[in-house]
Design a protein around this ligand. Structure first.
Ligand SMILES: [Zn+2]
Length: 153
């Protein structure tokens, strides 16, 4: 995760001050001590960096059905304003072209991020978990079918 700053009412709390879009307010945080230091200085929002998983960001027409089929096996969030659904999956497990073909975007790698559920931005509305990651033991979704599970690789 990393500190995130979300401009509100035309004001951004960073040094520039006139930003329009949410952006990172610092580098990636990897320890509780670092987090304490950064968030005690300012109540930044939180960005989830896609370095340990990918986020499949798709419109509702695909998201709702996918959520129904995956049941509670995939951490899933929804951004209500754009009616986009986010699925947290194992890195590299879903091709970006497949997501793009559904009108979505694959967020992937250390340079990309999504605002953490609980964050509210103008573009997304208040993002919320539909399947909280504690339900999946904090693991991203691993694609597999019964053949992968049963037969040795
Ligand atoms: Zn700013």
């Amino acid at each position: 995760m990393a500190p995130l700053v979300v401009p509100r009412d035309g004001v951004c709390l960073c040094i520039r001050g006139d930003c329009v879009d949410p952006h990172l307010a610092g580098s990636v945080v990897r320890s509780v001590r670092q987090a304490d230091a950064i968030w005690s200085e300012h109540p930044w929002d939180i960005a989830l960096i896609t370095d340990a998983y990918d986020v499949v960001d798709v419109p509702a027409q695909y998201g709702a059905l996918l959520n129904q089929l995956l049941k509670a096996t995939c951490p899933t969030a929804m951004a209500p304003a754009r009616r986009h659904w986010w699925f947290f999956v194992v890195g590299g497990s879903v091709p970006a072209a497949k997501v793009a073909a559904a009108g979505g975007v694959l967020r992937s790698g250390p340079g990309e991020w999504v605002p953490a559920p609980g964050t509210s931005t103008e573009a997304t509305g208040r993002i919320r978990w539909l399947v909280h990651p504690h339900v999946t033991k904090w693991r991203p979704y691993q694609r597999r079918d019964p053949i992968d599970v049963v037969l040795p690789t």
